[in-house]
Design a protein around this ligand. Structure first.
Ligand SMILES: Nc1nc2c(c(=O)[nH]1)N[C@H]1C(S)=C(S)[C@@H](COP(=O)(O)OP(=O)(O)OC[C@H]3O[C@@H](n4cnc5c(=O)[nH]c(N)nc54)[C@H](O)[C@@H]3O)O[C@H]1N2
Ligand SMILES: Nc1nc2c(c(=O)[nH]1)N[C@H]1C(S)=C(S)[C@@H](COP(=O)(O)OP(=O)(O)OC[C@H]3O[C@@H](n4cnc5c(=O)[nH]c(N)nc54)[C@H](O)[C@@H]3O)O[C@H]1N2
Ligand code: SF4
Ligand SMILES: [Mo]
Length: 697
């Protein structure tokens, strides 16, 4: 890194956002105060010098004129947007007082700390757990993003880890399934295109619309939402049929290969074509490529798990690599996330020594039903009457939005939101606290889509009176009489303790080296000595309720899950009343609801848009650019149509997440998504909605 003596320094950092890439950054710091350009670190083997455009322009976000800089107290009616500044001590006193009052009336479980992944730093994201354990507040089970995907992957391998993601560059076939890395994790493309350039590898993408990634693929496989299980079965059918199954591997390393072979005999390409909408020839071509290339790397994303059958579909896709034995080869196997490789000791950050297992765990995705007092969602316990929100914007991102809105509007609900901006959730708060951004505090990060632990040190001072999540949690702990050694430690001390107790050296080493490459040895990553089960066999036939995914409960219609990989019709099947299937795939310039405050992102995205096939549009008398209403029994949303022939008939896509306020009547896209839990361990089916579409009156 080059340091310019006068005023510009280039400092190491890491992207804190909820993106599998977790890029290593090089940040220009001007005069020790302002951020200039941000680039990807060249010498980080996964980032390889590439980051997305929205983070390259971070100066726009960190120095945004609308950042919150002072604590605020609500002065008008709930949600009116009228606030007045108050001092930090007064603000924290009010929050503590309200929590004590709520607890006195209903018991400790009436307070619900609600947080997610605005920052992925371990100290700033998870320190709130220490407070909730110390105070026996209701637990928070974070189902919204990963549960269907992770449990579906673990169902086969027994472990959330796989081949080194950098090995994609050494593959002969890269299958990018249900993820749109061109928008959502750009570094996958770096390694996949390297394989293409250096080895002549082919790229297959499986998605429900011709997004940026599909357009770059050699073979785009366009399916209807929620039908990936059928596609995976047909591929396995062809592999068994064509003698491409590796029977040595199957006999040695899988549970019921003969049962699977018999089962997929009827799952023909024609059968799958009828379900997926994908032509038989495309399915056959995909199968031929997989059969011909032992080094096939299945890069399985989150998108195709956000359906009511999502866990089953993830598992089905992961089974293909076990049929061909791709796992045995460098550049082969299936990868989803590396969560299992980090072996953190989280005691000090999370306060794990204080856990009381009798305290209920509430479902993040079901915040709507929980706040409106649904007894089942509350598990028969007390109502939630106090919320502490950090790192998340549920008024925009949570499913079944109209119910969420009703919940937040309750006059007997006290809400404290700690935020960087006046989000739609902050607008509903009684107390709003201003938060630091990642370059304004110290934290440590782990990558899901690669294999690094990285340090993100404080580089500049925060504007105004912003405080970090850690400072807020510790200050509240003190007022609430919560005790734990973690409350007396600085973020740097917490990082140092955690690294040492987890076997990852210490802070001094991490500071010097910037990141730690945690990649396990080949045999472990590729399961060449067996999968992570007592009998070492990959499960084609998982015992779903017993999948080793740490969950306080099972959820959804778990008993109906098919025994073997299959098309499971648990999705919202379109019908005459609701003829379209709607998916709400991520927009390239936003990250969930983050960046929808930065002018360049908003400008590049344009306006809320519904992509619709020209044939469907003609059939319904809808022209390009028409203003339409889409609706279902949960709500209605108004937006403009863009004709697009890169979707199957009957499928519509609304890239997300625009703020609710970007829509004419304040009803955002999550007014249409459901909060019913996905089997087996919960989660929200954001891309699985049956809707009608009409011209707006
Ligand atoms: N630009 C941008 N980047 C992001 C985010 C963002 O909002 N915007 N969000 C971040 C977060 S929190 C996460 S978890 C990751 C998620 O990133 P991904 O793993 O990419 O998952 P999704 O973004 O949900 O969806 C990815 C793709 O799956 C497709 N898809 C939806 N349903 C189906 C289906 O049934 N079958 C198939 N085959 N495909 C389907 C969608 O159309 C989309 O193109 O991205 C992160 N990165
Ligand atoms: N329709 C639809 N809805 C979706 C999805 C979809 O694909 N479609 N995707 C879902 C997925 S995968 C996810 S993960 C969720 C994500 O939902 P959220 O986790 O709510 O993600 P963001 O909307 O980015 O909100 C994060 C908030 O945290 C704040 N923040 C960032 N850093 C800090 C910090 O250090 N301290 C504090 N106090 N605040 C901070 C940011 O300003 C931002 O407002 O959304 C889900 N919602
Ligand atoms: S690609 Fe993902 S991790 Fe990398 S800079 Fe962009 S948002 Fe951050
Ligand atoms: Mo996510």
């Amino acid at each position: 890194m080059n340091i310019h003596p006068a005023s510009l320094a280039v400092r190491a950092s890491v992207c804190p956002h909820d993106c599998p890439s977790t890029c290593a950054l090089e940040v220009e710091v001007l005069d020790g105060q302002r951020i200039g350009r941000i680039r990807g670190a060249d010498d980080n083997a996964y980032t390889a010098g590439v980051i997305c455009a929205k983070v390259a322009r971070y100066a726009e976000r960190i120095h945004h004129p609308d950042r919150l800089t002072k604590p605020l107290r609500r002065k008008g009616a709930k949600g009116s947007g009228a606030f007045e500044p108050i001092g930090w001590d007064d603000a924290l006193d009010i929050v503590a007082e309200q929590f004590v009052k709520a607890e006195a009336r209903y018991g400790s479980e009436t307070v619900w700390p609600y947080f997610y992944a605005g920052t992925m730093g371990l100290v700033m994201r998870d320190g709130i757990n220490r407070l909730r354990h110390a105070k026996k507040y209701s637990g928070f089970f974070s189902t919204i993003c990963v549960n269907p995907a992770w449990s579906g992957f673990i169902a086969g391998t027994g472990r959330l880890a796989g081949p080194d993601p950098r090995e994609m560059a050494k593959s002969d076939l890269v299958v990018i399934w249900g993820t749109n890395p061109v928008s959502t994790q750009v570094n996958v493309m770096t390694h996949a295109t390297r394989a293409r350039k250096e080895r002549g590898a082919k790229i297959v993408a499986v998605d429900i619309y011709m997004n940026g990634t599909m357009q770059q693929a050699d073979l785009p496989v366009l399916v209807k939402p929620g039908t990936d299980g059928a596609l995976a079965c047909a591929i396995m059918h062809c592999l068994f049929r064509d003698g491409a199954a590796d029977w040595d591997f199957l006999e040695r390393f899988t549970d019921v290969p003969h049962e699977l072979e018999a089962h997929v005999k009827t799952r023909t390409p024609q059968w799958a074509s009828d379900i997926t909408g994908c032509p038989v020839e495309t399915i056959e071509e995909f199968a031929k490529l997989v059969a011909a290339n032992k080094r096939t790397f299945f890069r399985l994303g989150y998108g195709f798990s956000r359906s009511r059958n999502g866990a089953v579909n993830m598992h089905a896709a992961s089974c293909i690599a076990a049929v061909t034995g791709a796992w045995q080869y460098e550049g082969g196997g299936a990868f989803h996330n590396n969560g299992a490789i980090y072996h953190w000791n989280r005691t000090m950050i999370d306060g794990l020594d204080l856990v009381d297992p009798s305290i209920r765990m509430l479902d993040q995705s079901r915040i709507g039903p929980i706040l409106v007092g649904d007894n089942e969602a509350l598990q028969g316990g007390p109502p939630v009457t106090a919320l502490l929100v950090q790192n998340t914007n549920p008024m925009s991102v949570a499913p079944d939005q109209n119910v969420v809105k009703r919940g937040f509007a309750r006059d007997d609900l006290f809400v404290c939101v700690h935020e960087q901006f006046m989000t739609e959730t902050a607008e509903m708060a009684d107390i709003v606290l201003p938060a630091t951004m990642f370059m304004e505090h110290d934290d440590v990060y782990q990558a899901g889509g690669s294999q690094y632990i990285l340090l993100g040190p404080k580089l500049v001072d925060a504007p105004g009176e912003c405080r970090s999540n850690h400072e807020v949690i510790c200050a509240l702990a003190q007022r609430l009489g919560a005790e734990h050694p973690g409350f007396a430690m600085s973020p740097r001390e917490l990082i140092d303790w955690t690294l040492q107790q987890s076997g990852w050296g210490d802070l001094e080493r991490l500071e010097r080296e910037r990141w730690i490459d945690c990649q396990p040895p080949f045999e472990r990553a590729h399961y060449t000595e067996g999968f992570n089960w007592p009998d070492k066999k990959f499960r084609f036939k998982p015992d779903w309720p017993k999948v080793p995914f740490k969950s306080p409960w099972t959820a959804g219609p778990i008993d109906d899950i098919p025994a073997l990989p299959d098309h499971w019709e648990a999705i919202e099947v379109a019908d005459s009343e609701y003829p379209f299937r709607l998916a709400t795939s991520p927009a390239r310039q936003f990250l969930n609801s983050t960046f929808n405050e930065t002018p360049t992102s908003v400008k590049r995205e344009g306006r809320p848009t519904l992509m619709m096939h020209p044939g469907d549009a003609a059939h319904h008398g809808i022209a390009d650019g028409a203003f339409v209403v889409i609706g279902n029994r949960r709500g209605e949303v108004r937006l403009h149509v863009k004709l697009f022939d890169g979707v199957r008939r009957g499928v519509v896509i609304a890239e997300s997440i625009w703020p609710n306020s970007a829509y004419a009547d304040g009803c955002g896209i999550n007014s249409l998504t459901g909060a019913d839990a996905i089997a087996p361990f919960g989660g929200a089916a954001f891309h699985d909605n049956k809707v009608w579409v009409r011209l707006a009156p």
